[in-house]
Design a protein around this ligand. Structure first.
Ligand SMILES: C[S@@+](CC[C@H](N)C(=O)[O-])C[C@H]1O[C@@H](n2cnc3c(N)ncnc32)[C@H](O)[C@@H]1O
Length: 214
């Protein structure tokens, strides 16, 4: 199926929000949600042959420094499931979706708030942060501003980061009790989900990207 020239998704997925510009093929296109211009002074985008676009620190970043929020379309779980099914069926090079699913668990571990943020077409620089099986150098913190029931997914440096280091975090990490792992969705077995090779290079690398939870 012929995909959109810019966001690389199939035409049906590439909707009215898409900022595709066929004349700039190869340049990642997305709608800047405000923080990007300030961040670009400190973060560079480079293209890796196997991982696609990667964000790299242009100068040292102190431990604990706030980098950005994970911006994107806040969508329902039903819509997230629909999109993930489409994304999972895309063949290379149409592989780089950026739909983040975060769960905020109650302390009891009995229930959670599921937050689905799709930065595939609309987002900020966070959509270029790749996965590391070793935990990466960024951590996601759920920050709730007064009056808002939905927390912001905020990204901080979890250790000092050197200039030239790629900015990564661990995809698929639960936010809550350690046994509250993400589940493969009902009716799906791990064999039915195409595993994508991971090239994070961490010692702990499992060889595959975490499977998106549906
Ligand atoms: C949120 S996007 C990150 C930016 C992406 N590299 C791009 O070019 O748009 C997530 C996608 O990047 C790729 N990716 C991220 N981390 C990776 C890794 N460790 N190894 C291989 N591919 C990776 C996968 O295609 C994944 O679906």
């Amino acid at each position: 199926m012929k995909g959109c020239n810019s966001c690389r998704l199939e035409k049906g997925v590439c909707g009215s929000n898409c900022s595709c510009n066929p004349t700039q093929e190869g340049v990642p296109q997305y709608r800047d949600e405000g923080l990007l211009s300030a961040l670009l002074a400190n973060i560079e985008l480079i293209k890796d042959a196997r991982k696609g676009w990667s964000a790299v620190a242009a100068q040292p970043i102190a431990q604990g420094k706030f980098l950005c929020q994970y911006a994107g379309e806040l969508i329902s779980t039903a819509e997230a499931k629909r999109r993930l099914a489409v994304y999972d069926n895309l063949k290379a090079p149409c592989t780089g979706h950026a739909l983040l699913v975060v769960r905020e668990w109650l302390p009891s571990g009995d229930a959670c708030l599921r937050i689905n943020i799709d930065a595939t077409r609309v987002g900020n620089v966070a959509r270029f942060f790749n996965h590391s099986c070793g935990g990466g150098n960024l951590e996601l913190v759920l920050v709730r501003c007064s009056g808002s029931p939905i927390p912001h997914v905020s990204m901080f440096a979890r250790r000092p980061i050197s200039a030239g280091e790629e900015l990564t975090f661990q995809y698929g990490q639960p936010s809550g009790p350690s046994d509250a792992v993400q589940q493969i969705g009902e009716g799906m077995s791990i064999e039915k989900v195409e595993r994508r090779a991971c090239y994070c290079g961490a010692e702990e690398c499992l060889g595959y990207l975490p499977v998106d939870s549906v």
